[in-house]
Design a protein around this ligand. Structure first.
Ligand code: 5AD
Ligand code: SF4
Length: 440
C-alpha cells in the first residue's frame, strides 16, 4: 500500500535536522513525502518548547490537524520533539485525537510505533530519553538546497536556569568524528556546497579524545565542501584552538554565533551562564583579532526575573561595546520545570516590551553600522536563491553570514561568486557581480 507523510517543523535547526532524519526513516518504511497535508496518511509536527509562544503555535496547528482528521479519520497524527517530551501524556489529555507522541530520542522506534498504532486503537507515547542515542548510521532525507544540516552532538548539560532544553533533549552526548566526516562526505557528493554542524553546545563536543577543534579540522579537510558553519557554541567553552582552526581553513566560515543572553553579572549568574560580562567582552575581542572581518551574532533575553533597569542597561552597554552584526532578541518566557520558573520577581510585561523594543532598535543601528564597513569590499558570495523583491537579482550570503542582493549575470544557484558591495540598506547589503561566472 502506498502511504504518504507530511512533516511540519517548528523551532531550531536541530529540529529541521531531526525532521530530515524522521523523513529518512519513514521513506525506508515505504512512505513518500506529499506536499498536500490533506492527502497525507500520516501528519507529523516537530515541536519546540523554548518559549510559550512556540508551544501556542503548535497548539493552534494541532487544532487544524483535527479538522483534517475529521475529514479523513484514518490519518495518523504524530507530535514529535521538544514539546512532546515536555508535555508527554498531557498532550493526549487535551487532544485525544493525537495518535503518537515521541520525544527527540525516540525516533528510531517510530516505524514500529506507527505499525502498532495501526493495529490497535490506543495512542502511543514514547518519551524515553537516552544517554547514548546520536542516530548514527541513519540516513536523513535532506531537503534540497544549499545547506546540509549535520547533527554532531545532542542534549545539553549546562542547565541555564531559563532553558527547557536540558529537560527536553536530555544529557549531552557526541557522535564519533568518523561518522560525522562520512556524513559530510556524503553531503558533498550529493552536491551540497555548505554544511552546518549542529548541537545545543557544539564546542562541548567530545568523543574518544577528540574535541570540537579536532572535529572542525577533520570536516574542513573533506573534499568538495565549500562552506562549513556551526551553531551554537557556548561562550564558556570557546577555545583559541577552535578560532585558530577557523583562521587556518578557508572553507570554515568567518562567522560566530555567540549567545550573550544578558550583560549584567548578577543576571548572568542567576541565569547560570557560567561566564562574566568581562569574559564575554574579552572573548569577542579575541574573536575579532583572530578572524578579521568576522561576523558575530548573538541571542539576548530581556526581562529575566529580577532584571532591574540598570541591569538591563548593562546589556545595552555590552551591545554598544561589541556591536554585534546581528542579534536574535527575546522576551523572557517562563518554562515550567526550569529553575527560573521558581523565581517570583517577574518583570512586568510592558517593561519587557519596552526593553525589547530598545534593544531591537539598537541592534538595527549596529547591524547597519557593521554593514557599512562592508561597502567597497569584494566578498565571495554563495548564490542561494532569487531575491524576494526582484527576479533579476540573486540573494546570497557572504562568509560572515550577511545577505547580499546582486544582479544575476550568468551566475547560477550554488555558484560562489565575487561581489562588490556597493550599498548597505536597512539590514541587507546590495552588490554588483564582478565576473560573469567564477571558477567553481
Ligand atoms: N525565554 C526566552 N528566551 C529563551 N531562550 C531560551 N530559553 C528562553 C526562555 N525561557 C532563548 C535564548 C537561547 C535561544 C535559542 O532562545 O536566547 O539562546
Ligand atoms: Fe526549541 Fe530548543 Fe527544542 Fe530546538 S532544542 S526545538 S529551540 S526547545
Amino acid at each position: 500500500m502506498h502511504k504518504s507523510y507530511f512533516i511540519e517543523t517548528f523551532g531550531c535547526q536541530m529540529n529541521v535536522a531531526d525532521s530530515e532524519l524522521v523523513a529518512g526513516l519513514l521513506e525506508k518504511e515505504g512512505f513518500s513525502a506529499t506536499e498536500k497535508i490533506e492527502q497525507a496518511d500520516a501528519v507529523f509536527v516537530n515541536t519546540c518548547a523554548i518559549r510559550e509562544h512556540a508551544e501556542e503555535k503548535v497548539h493552534s496547528q494541532l487544532g487544524r490537524y483535527y479538522k483534517l482528521k475529521q475529514e479523513k479519520p484514518s490519518m495518523i497524527i504524530g507530535v514529535l520533539g521538544c514539546m512532546a517530551q515536555h508535555l508527554q501524556d498531557d498532550i493526549l489529555e487535551s487532544r485525544p485525537y493525537v495518535d503518537l507522541v515521541l520525544g527527540p530520542d525516540s525516533y528510531r522506534r517510530l516505524p514500529g510505533l506507527i505499525r502498532s498504532r495501526m493495529e490497535s486503537s490506543n495512542s502511543k507515547v514514547d518519551t524515553q530519553l537516552s544517554r547514548f542515542e546520536v542516530y548514527d548510521g541513519m540516513f536523513p532525507s535532506r531537503n534540497e538546497g544549499i545547506n546540509a544540516w549535520i547533527s554532531i552532538m545532542r542534549g545539553c548539560d549546562k542547565f541555564c536556569t531559563f532553558c527547557i532544553v536540558p529537560f527536553t533533549r536530555g544529557r549531552e552526548r557526541s557522535r564519533s568524528v568518523d561518522s560525522i566526516v562520512s556524513e559530510a562526505r556524503n553531503a558533498a557528493e550529493q552536491g551540497f556546497p555548505e554544511i552546518t554542524l549542529l548541537g545545543q553546545n557544539v564546542n562541548s563536543f567530545s568523543n574518544d579524545g577528540d574535541n570540537f577543534a579536532a572535529l572542525l579540522e577533520a570536516v574542513a579537510r573533506v573534499d568538495g565542501i565549500r562552506r562549513i558553519r556551526y551553531t551554537s557554541p557556548h561562550p564558556q567553552d570557546m577555545t583559541e584552538d577552535v578560532l585558530n582552526v577557523m583562521a587556518t581553513y578557508d572553507n570554515i566560515c568567518n562567522y560566530v554565533h555567540l549567545p550573550l543572553q544578558a550583560g549584567s553579572n548578577r543576571i548572568l549568574k542567576r541565569m547560570n551562564r557560567t561566564y562574566s560580562r568581562e569574559h564575554f567582552l574579552k572573548l569577542a575581542d579575541t574573536i575579532r583579532n583572530t578572524l578579521p572581518n568576522v561576523g558575530i551574532s548573538t541571542d539576548i533575553i530581556v526581562g529575566f526575573p529580577g532584571e532591574t533597569d540598570s541591569e538591563f542597561n548593562k546589556t545595552m552597554e555590552v551591545m554598544n561595546a561589541i556591536k554585534f552584526d546581528s542579534a536574535f532578541t527575546f522576551k523572557y518566557s517562563s518554562r515550567p520545570g526550569t529553575k527560573a520558573a521558581e523565581f517570583t520577581d517577574h518583570v512586568p510585561a510592558e517593561v519587557m516590551q519596552d526593553r525589547l523594543e530598545k534593544i531591537m532598535a539598537l541592534q538595527k543601528q549596529h547591524t547597519f553600522e557593521r554593514n557599512l564597513e562592508q561597502v567597497g569590499k569584494v566578498e565571495q558570495v554563495l548564490v542561494e536563491k532569487p531575491s524576494k523583491r526582484s527576479s533579476e537579482k540573486w540573494a546570497g550570503r557572504t562568509d560572515a553570514n550577511k545577505w547580499v542582493i546582486f544582479n544575476c549575470g550568468n551566475a547560477k544557484i550554488k555558484d560562489m561568486v565575487p561581489v562588490e558591495i556597493i550599498e548597505a540598506r536597512g539590514i541587507s547589503l546590495h552588490g554588483k557581480l564582478l565576473k560573469a561566472k567564477a571558477a567553481a
